[in-house]
Design a protein. Structure first.
Length: 106
């Protein structure tokens, strides 16, 4: 129970976020920097929003090979997260068995 509480809560990255991780320095960062230099970016929130916007636009124009690679990474991530959830559920059930009076009496 305590181990589960200590695990950080994370969410699965979107397809666009995975793509952004792959190409940020080469493709997205220069576009965000250009917007910043033009005076269109005032806060770090604007940086993030522009990064996501550019990521989505660039991903739509990518080749099918890149899109497939991003999709494979996305599905792999989902399977990994699902496995971690199932593993933690198994741990929780064994913990419940240790405090369940019916299981103890047997």
């Amino acid at each position: 129970m305590f181990d589960a509480a200590l695990q950080p809560k994370t969410r699965a990255k979107s397809v666009e976020e995975i793509y952004m991780d792959m190409v940020y320095d080469e493709r997205i960062k220069p576009l965000v920097k250009a917007e910043e230099d033009a005076g269109n970016v005032a806060t770090s929130g604007h940086h993030i929003a522009l990064g996501r916007k550019f990521s989505k636009v660039l991903l739509e124009d990518e080749s099918d090979d890149i899109k497939n690679e991003v999709r494979v990474r996305y599905e792999k991530q989902l399977k990994s997260k699902k496995k971690n959830i199932l593993d933690s559920d198994d741990d929780d059930n064994s913990e419940d068995d240790r405090i369940d009076p019916h299981v103890i009496s047997q």
